[in-house]
Design a protein around this ligand. Structure first.
Ligand SMILES: Cc1cc2nc3c(=O)[nH]c(=O)nc-3n(C[C@H](O)[C@H](O)[C@H](O)COP(=O)(O)OP(=O)(O)OC[C@H]3O[C@@H](n4cnc5c(N)ncnc54)[C@H](O)[C@@H]3O)c2cc1C
Length: 570
């Protein structure tokens, strides 16, 4: 990378507002610009397409104060002086899967997550698609891990008792002239790109398999290995398995700063005290760059990218049994472009879009996003209707400007391992990435002392029984053993009191409305908790032996009720 040439190129577009320097083997950009989109463009223009140099962005957004990271209100010393062998920062799919793989070893593992539950950021706000990787370029880490991860899903979900279905993915085309291009592309992907299941299906075959898709689809690119999983369910399952194998998960715990000395992290300050880990793993999603900076090892930048999805009522399920999207030839797209997906929980998901943002934690959903996604996806299935939306959500991806993962040991800081830039398909790749991070961690720990296997390691986790999926006979048998399984609390999703109590007794108990909703689904249905929320709140209160007013929706701040009204008893 030639800094002078790049400076000239940026000068033509942005005048003297952007300065380039090659520093510490990085392309460091500084200066200031008035629009966030211009900052993104400047950084993209600077990407070193050949080399290993990352873009590090310090261009200021004029007149805007970037919101700081949200930190929990808790401020105690509960973790002061703790000395785990490994400290994992981040309780998303990356952190949780790494914790589980490391729990095969006889080491002290602590995972800290700043939110009140696991998977509250990208890992709980995505499509839950296990991608085939057909859109990824060879030579990238994303491509390397996507096949490995995809192939591991069957085994991992069986071990962790998480439902998973290989339903296949179709990309439909309406332009006949594209047929030879896509045939060639499929051949290239299959035989040279390592995506062996890639093929092209005819419109006749497509109509037979998915009759509600656009009748104008002339052919479709098809990958049968694509699947669907519950992303937060899998994250929780990974973390629970880690905990039963001896790891610790500390929620409401934010890493605030680090003390480093001689290229080594000596201690990590959290809102719950100072921790002294031997190795630190950076799996902090959109905040991975901040963690790298705290550790004196910042060599990449994250530019947050929002994506919005709508969830449709189960009655729309007839629209599709797999995953599909309409495709045109797009050369410079950074996402698969959204689509329609039949979820593992039998809903339809429509989205996501991709919008650059400087706000890492703003997950508010914009009407505009929903409108654009529907306008596009009605070309995939014309009968899609906004009237069937039961809820929507927005997640924020964490890409680097190189649009690839950063999975490596610290460049300047010895006892640090990065699992950063984990944008899509980070859910798919997580099982395979976790194995490599496990290897790197054990390699580093072995330099300090002997590391032995955890003799009690059990890869199996038993999930909470799902009564609505059982035969009437099995259900009756379960109810006979525990009458609480016979008390239906959530009518939309058919969730019993017994399942809610099971969730309250699970290895990582999060006794909030949202914590229970994520684990056993009351409130996920058509009425979105309108009927069952008070009942679930009461069950949680009784379980905790606390007044209802002390039960929260999600975090400490999200009060549901302040106390009795009209002089009533609790
Ligand atoms: C809209 C959307 C759709 C997607 N669809 C798919 C898909 O279908 N398939 C797929 O494979 N991938 C998909 N992805 C990508 C996938 O969701 C992510 O790659 C993956 O979830 C990233 O996981 P993570 O654990 O690295 O990050 P996260 O889930 O963001 O976890 C990082 C965690 O670190 C915590 N944290 C941050 N800073 C600190 C700190 N200082 N102290 C303590 N904790 C901290 C955060 O609170 C967060 O919980 C999608 C992403 C989005 C946004």
């Amino acid at each position: 990378m030639n800094a002078k040439k790049l400076q000239k190129k940026l000068g033509k577009r942005f005048g003297e507002n952007v300065k380039v320097e090659i520093k510490d083997n990085c392309i460091a950009l500084s200066g200031s610009l008035a629009k966030w989109d211009d900052i993104i463009e400047a950084c993209r223009m600077s990407v070193d397409k050949k080399g290993k140099m990352h873009v590090v962005n310090d261009i200021e957004l004029q007149g805007v104060e970037i919101p700081p990271m949200r930190v929990p209100d808790i401020d105690d010393n509960a973790l002061e002086g703790e000395k785990p062998d490994v400290l994992i920062i981040g309780g998303g799919i990356s952190g949780a899967s790494i914790a589980r793989e490391l729990s095969k070893w006889d080491i002290d593992i602590m995972l800290v997550e700043k939110e009140a539950d696991l998977a509250l950021q990208a890992s709980g706000r995505n499509d839950g698609e296990v991608h085939p990787g057909v859109d990824l370029s060879k030579g990238t880490l994303k491509h390397h891990y996507v096949r490995l991860g995809n192939e591991m899903y069957g085994r991992i979900c069986e071990e962790l008792d998480v439902p998973f279905r290989r339903c296949g993915q179709y990309a439909g085309f309406c332009q006949r002239w594209l047929y030879p291009v896509i045939k060639l592309f499929a051949w290239q992907r299959k035989y040279l790109g390592g995506i062996k299941d890639t093929c092209v299906v005819s419109s006749k075959e497509l109509k037979k398999r998915e009759p509600e898709l656009n009748p104008n689809f002339l052919f479709a690119l098809y990958n049968p290995s694509s699947g669907v999983v519950c992303p937060y369910g899998l994250t929780i399952a990974y973390a629970e398995n880690a905990v039963t194998n001896g790891a610790r998960v500390e929620l409401n715990t934010a890493v605030l700063s680090m003390e480093t000395q001689g290229g080594e992290i000596k201690s990590v300050l959290t809102n719950r005290g100072r921790i002294y880990p031997k190795i630190v793993i950076n799996a902090a999603g959109v905040f991975a760059e901040e963690i790298a900076k705290m550790a004196g090892d910042r060599f990449f930048s994250i530019h947050p990218r929002r994506g919005t999805n709508s969830i449709l009522d189960k009655k729309s399920c007839y629209l599709i049994s797999s995953i599909a999207s309409i495709k045109k030839l797009e050369l410079h797209s950074h996402t698969k472009g959204g689509g329609i997906l039949h979820t593992i929980h039998e809903n339809i998901l429509v989205g996501p879009d991709a919008v650059e943002t400087y706000e890492k934690e703003n997950v508010a959903t914009a009407q505009d996003s929903i409108d654009k996604v529907f306008a596009k996806q009605k070309n995939t299935a014309a009968k899609l209707s906004e009237k069937d939306i039961i809820t929507y959500f927005t997640g924020v991806r964490a890409p680097t400007f190189e649009e690839d993962f950063v999975i490596e040991k610290g460049r300047k800081t010895k006892n640090l391992i990065h699992c950063a830039g984990i944008q899509s398909p980070g859910l798919t790749t997580a099982p395979a990435v976790a194995l490599d991070i496990e290897k790197m961690t054990i390699e580093e720990l072995s330099k300090i002392g002997q590391v032995s296997r955890n003799k009690n390691y059990n890869p199996y986790r038993k999930g909470i029984p799902v009564l609505r999926k059982m035969s009437p006979e099995k259900r009756a048998e379960m109810i006979a053993q525990n009458p609480d399984y016979g008390i239906i609390v959530c009518r939309c999703e058919e969730i019993s009191k017994g399942e809610i109590i099971d969730a309250l007794k699970s290895p990582i108990c999060v006794p909030t409305l949202d914590g229970i909703k994520k684990r056993v689904r009351p409130g996920m249905g058509r009425c979105q908790g309108g009927f069952c929320s008070p009942l679930v709140t009461k069950i949680i209160a009784d379980f905790l032996k606390k007044p209802i007013s002390e039960v929260r929706k999600c975090s400490e701040k999200s009060v549901i009720s302040y106390g009795p009204t009209k002089g009533a008893e609790q």
